[in-house]
Design a protein around this ligand. Sequence first.
Ligand code: MN
Length: 210
Amino acid sequence: MAEITYGVYQRPKVGYAVSGDAYLIKENNEDVLVCLVDGLGAGPAAAEAAQVAVSWVADHCQASLSQLVLGCHEALRTTRGAALALVRINTTCRELVFMGVGNIECHARSAAPIKPISYAGIVGSRLPSLREFHFSLTPGDVIVLHTDGVSRRFSLDNVMERQDGVTPQCLAETIADGYAKRNDDATLIVLSFSSRTCHVEETYDKDTDR
Ligand SMILES: [Mn+2]
């Protein structure tokens, strides 16, 4: 059986009490939905925009990713807006689907390439054309999502080579230690896809099924 384990690092811009970033990780049987939001700017108004988006996603978890982005877009019209990334992982199909608007980064250390693109835009004021990116997952893959309060200039390969076998939480904190910026809210989510137990897949035998 395959599963997702995760770790999260979050802290507000230095001097602020609240983070303008927000996130949601929601598991539903074989599905894991991850949402990371960066409200424009910092402080309470940014936090409000991010919270409105996360609440909307939490209330509509079963919707498609484009429905979630469109729903957030409407819900955020009265706020200052946000960057948003959504990831849905199906652990049975071993598939990752990504949709992003604005400046949220995705890094992966994976058997098959995972390189989604977030299109420029602001959820709540101007949306780009929406596109889902589909990738296949292999046990051992690690995916990192982060807001622009973490520098994108790290190599996940290098960090993981020095940190072999660490938990996703430890990995999140290690990357944040080196790359979180003091002058912005920083949030970093590490998702690790693993196969918990080895088992032999049942094979379908045509000859005995007549
Ligand atoms: Mn930011």
